[in-house]
Ligand binder design. Structure first.
Ligand SMILES: NC(=O)c1ccc[n+]([C@@H]2O[C@H](COP(=O)([O-])OP(=O)(O)OC[C@H]3O[C@@H](n4cnc5c(N)ncnc54)[C@H](OP(=O)(O)O)[C@@H]3O)[C@@H](O)[C@H]2O)c1
Length: 335
């Protein structure tokens, strides 16, 4: 599956005993729509580079902004809650700048869910010719492109020629890839789907799901990827707007199935081969200070495709150079 990016790197210069970093912390649990005031950017955090056995220090270069992170800000989060004062978790990639673990090679480029004091599984980043590192958070990202591929191809019978497929949230990271895989997207249901709907890939949930159920064809399939419309305040207070039209499933001999992308990792090679041929868009915010506002943007609209935050200066070029000034670093205890 390609070479490790780190294999020909020169050894980085030794780090000073203490380096400074920045991180976004959860200041208050969001009340409804997430607000930037729910977060606090902590700057000049001192990080001891003398590591305990099994720890590694990663200089973060790019962070992925994901809708599912919103669910972790609530007290009873279904993806696992974070505590007040905790660093916001995010999937991202970066370079190992210090290591006391045989699993993390100095200089290696890794991709992981990064968060202070959290056990992390650092995965070596593969290098594919002509594929920029950002692709591993976007079109080839587990929480974006791979999620879309699994939802369209591996969870229910995929849409066939002649069928009508519909994708909600088709401007977003996951939905825009699913829409290419399923070929159709949109919201004006009666105009777009005059013959009913055979396959629905849903990232948004809420009232739209009911509208789709009403128009479902015999043998239709509904794949529940997520429900972004329900994440801002509904999840934990018992007011998730579920489908009241679910009996259409019985009437039409249709099915509705949810999935967790992490249960489909055995499909990764098939997904990657397919996804590499697709187009994808991204919106990149600059600097660690952009992460909190980007979390808000995720739910207020304004991005098309994958939302990313470039932390290291120099962007993708910085990925192949070992950072001389390690900021925004994270110590991670390897799982
Ligand atoms: N099942 C899995 O394993 C899995 C894995 C990863 C992600 N997911 C799910 O995939 C979905 C998309 O996640 P993503 O990270 O790729 O985010 P994203 O699609 O890039 O961004 C979220 C999208 O949701 C839409 N949205 C937000 N609030 C909405 C509302 N109230 N009503 C209608 N649309 C709304 C926004 O569209 P506009 O900008 O057009 O408003 C935005 O494009 C999420 O539901 C997430 O939980 C599932």
């Amino acid at each position: 599956m390609g070479n490790l990016v780190s294999s020909k790197q020169e050894s980085p210069p030794p780090l000073p005993r203490v380096i400074s970093s920045s991180s976004w912390e959860l200041r208050a649990r969001p009340n409804g729509l997430v607000s930037v005031d729910d977060f606090a950017l902590q700057e000049q955090i001192e990080i001891d580079t003398e590591l305990d056995e099994g720890e590694a220090l990663v200089q973060v270069e790019m962070l992925s902004v994901d809708a599912f992170l919103r669910t972790m800000l609530d007290e009873k989060a279904y993806h696992g809650a974070i505590s007040l004062g905790d660093t916001l978790p995010a999937v991202g990639y970066g370079r190992v700048i210090a290591s006391a673990s045989p699993k993390a090679k100095l200089g290696a480029c890794t991709v992981a869910k990064l968060s202070a004091e959290q056990a992390a599984m650092l995965m070596p980043m593969i290098s594919l010719p002509g594929v920029p590192p950002t692709a591993f958070l976007g079109i080839l990202g587990i929480t974006s492109g791979i999620t879309a591929w699994v939802g369209v191809h591996a969870v229910a019978r995929p849409p066939r020629r002649g069928e009508t497929a519909l994708v909600s949230g088709a401007t977003g990271a996951t939905g825009s890839v699913a829409a290419q895989l399923a070929k159709v997207a949109g919201e004006q249901l009666d105009e777009l789907c005059p013959d009913g709907i055979d396959f629905y890939f849903d990232t948004v949930g809420g009232p739209l799901l009911d509208e789709v159920l009403k128009r479902l064809n015999r043998g239709g399939r509904v794949v529940i990827c997520g429900a972004s419309s329900q994440y801002n305040g509904n999840l934990n207070v018992g007011t998730v707007r579920g489908p009241s039209e679910y009996l259409k499933l019985a009437e039409r001999g249709a099915s509705m199935v949810g999935y967790n992308v992490l249960f489909y990792m055995h499909k990764l090679p098939f997904a990657i081969l397919h996804l590499l041929w697709l187009r994808w868009r991204r919106k990149v915010e600059r600097g660690i200070g952009g992460f909190g506002p980007a979390m808000v943007k995720m739910f207020t609209g304004g991005h098309i495709g994958k939302l990313l935050v470039e932390v290291a200066e120099g962007g993708e070029a910085a990925v192949s150079a070992v950072g001389a000034t390690p900021t925004q670093a994270k110590a991670v205890k390897l799982a």
